[in-house]
Design a protein around this ligand. Structure first.
Ligand SMILES: [Zn+2]
Length: 256
């Protein structure tokens, strides 16, 4: 599931492939932008803001959001499968210098006026992986509604930007709180948001997300996706509730 770290890593890949190069192909398979052609224009920068991506090309900014299943595939080989799921193809260079970036199953894809592109992320709280990360503001945002369930607040991108459902569940575990506990149960909101930052920061350059410090397969996460399996701390079976991007996992003993 794409979270802030995935988006940060994706932006780094796109940046390496495209920045400073003129597009030789721009194929946007969204009806509204099907006639938009940025071919010949140079990609100036690629940035991430929380879970949002911006590819700035000339006067335009290609804004995308991966949502549940989206990805950007960057490389020197054309994606053989997934053809019908591709929403956009950007290419640069030729011969051995050729590179392609294909956006697959993107939840949001739009072409914005570059000057105003960040209007669509103006509502976001401090970006956990941004240069301007501000833990005090994030902590104040987190504590603003004391009776709100903790998981809801952690997932609210207006509180801080970048936490998705995996980190939400893992943060609740490492801080010893049930996902349904009220925010006011968190005695040190500043420490909580700093732990969120640490988790995403450690994972920003790898695809196999790890919160336990043990990167072996099957050992990487504390509770997420582990319903019925023994808690890594106390051995009690992990419980779960909900579905999709709202599924919660917790240890009934370690989390109160
Ligand atoms: Zn436990």
């Amino acid at each position: 599931m794409p979270e802030g770290d995935t988006v940060w890593h994706t932006a780094a890949n796109l940046r390496e492939a495209l920045v400073g190069r003129a597009l030789t192909r721009c194929d946007i398979r969204v009806p509204r932008y099907s006639t938009t052609d940025l071919t010949g224009l140079v990609v100036d920068e690629v940035i991430s803001r929380g879970k949002h991506l911006f590819i700035r090309v000339g006067p335009a900014s290609i804004h995308s959001h991966l949502k549940m299943d989206g990805s950007w595939r960057v490389g020197r080989a054309r994606p053989s499968r997934a053809g019908h799921r591709i929403r956009i193809i950007l290419e640069a260079g030729s011969g051995s210098d050729w590179v392609q970036a294909a956006g697959v199953d993107l939840g949001v894809l739009e072409v914005l006026d570059r000057v105003h592109d960040e209007d669509v992320v103006a509502h976001l709280g401090p970006d956990l992986l941004g240069d301007d990360w501000d833990p005090r503001t994030a902590a104040a945002n987190l504590g603003a509604d004391p009776d709100r369930p903790l998981a809801d607040a952690l997932l609210d991108q207006r509180v801080m930007a970048g936490v998705g459902n995996v980190y939400c569940n893992e943060l609740c575990f490492v801080t010893g709180h049930r996902p349904t506990a009220p925010v006011k149960a968190v005695s040190d909101p500043l420490r909580m948001v700093q732990r969120a930052r640490d988790m995403l920061w450690l994972n920003r350059s790898r695809w196999d997300r790890c919160t336990t410090g043990d990167t072996r397969p099957g050992q990487r996460l504390w509770v997420y996706g582990r319903a019925g399996q023994p808690c890594r701390r106390c051995g009690t079976a992990i419980e779960s509730d909900g579905s999709g991007d709202r599924i919660r996992f917790w240890c009934p003993v370690c989390q109160t």
